[in-house]
Write a new protein. Sequence first.
Length: 123
Amino acid sequence: MSKLAWIGSGILLWLATQTLAVMLAGAGHDWGMPMWVSIPLIALYPLVLVRVSAPDKNALLVDACIIVAAVALDACLTANLFMEERAYFLRVWTTGPAVVVGWVALWLIWNAACVVSLARKIQ
C-alpha cells in the first residue's frame, strides 16, 4: 500500500473513532473525555499507520514521540475515568455498551500500531 493509502486509512479510522466518541459524549451530558482524547488522532492515526508500514529504522525518534503521545493520552483517559467521569461512563455503558466497545476497539488499534511500529524499528 502507498503512503497516501495509509494516510487515507488513518483518517477514516480517526473519523470512525471521533464519531463514536461524539456519540459517547451525548451532547455533553455523558462520557466526554473520549471526544477530547480522540481529537489528536486526526494526525496520530495516519502517522502511526505510515510508520508501521515503513520498513526503515530511520526516524526512531518519531516512533518514540508517538509512544509518548499514546501514553499521555491513555493516562489522561484513565485518570479522567477513575477520578472524574466514572458515573458518566457507567451510564453510557448501561445504555449503549456497543458504542463503548467500538470506541475502545478503535482506540486500542492505534495503541497497538504504536507498539508494533516501535518494536519493528528496534529489532
